[in-house]
Design a protein around this ligand. Structure first.
Ligand SMILES: [Zn+2]
Length: 103
């Protein structure tokens, strides 16, 4: 491996680590719940990483579409089961932390 290949491998590994960290905090960013300093850091990452920029854009469109849907009317059984699943998921961490662990 020559000097350029080594440098590329290090850059690629660093980028992958940055991407995983971004995945774990992306829901906070989209919900406007991220601390300002970290928000700037994340925006800087999105400016230089086309993969994360594309993923964040797609996720934002999905979130916007879901928010535009009319509210659902759930039966008591489904409501209770959903609360149970969400409580269990909250205990284990959110979906994006889980996604980050598979990178
Ligand atoms: Zn990235």
């Amino acid at each position: 491996m020559d000097r350029y290949q080594r440098r590329w491998a290090v850059t690629k590994r660093k980028r992958s680590t940055d991407c995983r960290q971004l995945f774990s905090r992306l829901s906070e960013y989209l919900d406007g719940e991220m601390p300002p300093g970290l928000c700037e850091e994340l925006r800087a990452h999105l400016d230089r990483c086309t993969s994360c920029e594309a993923f964040a854009g797609t996720l934002k469109r999905i979130v916007d579409l879901c928010r535009a849907l009319p509210p659902l009317s759930l039966s008591d059984d489904v409501r209770a089961e959903l609360k149970s699943v969400l409580a269990h998921r909250e205990h284990r961490g959110n979906m994006f932390r889980a996604l980050g662990s598979f990178q």
